[in-house]
Design a protein around this ligand. Structure first.
Ligand SMILES: NC(=O)c1ccc[n+]([C@@H]2O[C@H](COP(=O)([O-])OP(=O)(O)OC[C@H]3O[C@@H](n4cnc5c(N)ncnc54)[C@H](O)[C@@H]3O)[C@@H](O)[C@H]2O)c1
Ligand SMILES: [Zn+2]
Ligand SMILES: [Zn+2]
Length: 383
């Protein structure tokens, strides 16, 4: 089968790899029809993780079940499914509590938790930027889709990661009807957080970034765009909230946060959130931060540490939630919002391309080139 193989920093190639197949009775084999490039892939693509060469990415996957193991009960060949990026067993201490983001079985390192397809430090699982994907514990991990699965694949595929992740940011931030919410980052995840805040009834959603195309997408769903290359974003949020600050905030950027001129400062968005969110407000951080970052600009960040404004955070009595999103906690309800026509997360999609064009797509998406907001790859299509 063909896959998008990582050969080193900023170097991916589409080439033949051994076919994925059923390895255990609880597996399913999926023919991937839609698989996205994610901002999380870029951390790995840029060589800012220890992702191994020769492996392939792809944790936002949708397709058709073409084979099931003897122990699979619910799924049938021919079902259309979207697969949460978290690989989870369903029966460990964390999975039983709904914390599929920190599965203890799917992560082989005994001292760690959490697993994902095609991801650094998240277990051996192959990615879905390929023609086939093996899904372990398939009954637990696959979410079945209805008859409109193929037709609305670009909406449903967002259930694998970014829509539930954006929703999780707003859940951790405690967004309630009437709230004023600020979101740092207008990448696909930040835009999904903005959509989720709106679904949850926020009265005002403010989105901070510096890319006009991404800010325009935020405005297209009714959010207020704040361009931090033109204004001080903390001041802008205070102005929008009568000087008090937002009720809650979402971090949707991660450890490669930078100034508009490109200068990296890992603490930038977290400290700006402390400044932008009111006394007693809550912050949900889904942007990825890592325990070590040898490629970082400064010594603190190399050790995975932030100069965090903890004094001000404490003084304001704020709260903070962080980590990978437990996709399974939300994907079924969000699927039904899509099916009912009440949410259309595909508004972020800028490019729909065959798998062969992935190397070029990675280059453009990594450069955050104008108009490249979200790439959806279609293995089996064209080329
Ligand atoms: N927690 C999870 O489960 C989970 C899931 C998916 C993605 N993520 C992470 O979420 C983050 C965002 O993902 P994405 O796909 O949207 O990535 P992306 O890289 O496409 O978007 C990030 C955006 O942040 C903006 N940005 C950079 N510095 C900024 C700053 N100082 N202030 C405001 N905006 C700034 C960039 O201009 C860009 O538009 C990444 O770290 C990704 O790894 C986490
Ligand atoms: Zn993702
Ligand atoms: Zn588990």
């Amino acid at each position: 089968m063909k896959a998008v193989v990582y050969e080193g920093p900023r170097d991916v190639v589409v080439k033949d790899v051994p076919d994925a197949g059923i390895e255990r009775p609880t597996d399913a084999l999926i023919r991937i029809t839609t698989t996205n490039i994610c901002g999380s892939d870029l951390h790995m693509y840029e060589g800012r993780t220890d992702f191994e060469t020769g492996r392939w990415f792809g944790h936002e996957n949708l397709g058709e079940v073409i084979e099931v193991g003897a122990g699979v009960d619910k799924l049938k060949v021919g079902d259309w499914v979207v697969v949460p990026f978290n690989v989870a067993c369903g029966h460990c201490k964390n999975c039983e509590r709904g914390l599929t983001n920190y599965c203890l079985t799917a992560q082989p390192e005994p001292a760690w938790a959490g697993a994902a397809y095609g991801f650094a430090d998240m277990g051996p699982w192959a990615g879905g930027q390929a023609e086939l994907l093996r899904v372990p514990w398939a009954d637990f991990n696959c979410l079945r889709l209805g008859e409109d699965a193929e037709e609305r694949a670009n909406d449903y595929v967002m259930l694998a990661d970014i829509f539930p992740t954006g929703y999780h940011a707003t859940e951790m931030a405690g967004v309630k009807p009437g709230d004023q919410t600020v979101i740092y980052g207008a990448g696909p995840v930040g835009l999904m957080a903005a959509l989720s805040a709106t679904i949850r009834g926020a009265s005002k959603v403010m989105v901070v970034d510096r890319h006009p195309d991404r800010l325009a997408l935020a405005e297209s769903i009714g959010a207020i765009a704040i361009d931090d290359s033109a204004v001080d974003p903390v001041e802008a949020v205070l102005e929008q909230t009568m000087g008090l600050g937002a009720d809650n905030g979402c971090e949707c950027v991660g450890y490669q946060a930078h100034e508009p001129d490109g200068e990296e400062e890992a603490n930038l968005t977290m400290n700006r959130l402390v400044g932008s969110v009111r006394f007693t407000g809550t912050i949900g951080c889904v942007g990825v931060f890592v325990p070590q970052d040898p490629g970082a600009a400064d010594d603190l960040a190399k050790q995975g540490k932030l100069a965090f404004d903890f004094g001000m955070f404490w003084f304001k009595g704020q709260k903070l939630g962080s980590g990978q999103a437990p996709v399974k906690r939300y994907n079924r309800q969000l699927r039904d919002l899509i099916a009912a026509g009440k949410a259309s997360p595909s508004f972020v999609v800028s490019h729909e391309l065959p798998l062969d064009e992935a190397p070029d797509a990675y280059r453009h998406f990594d450069a955050r080139d104008d108009g490249w907001t979200k790439v959806v790859l279609k293995p089996g299509a064209g080329a």
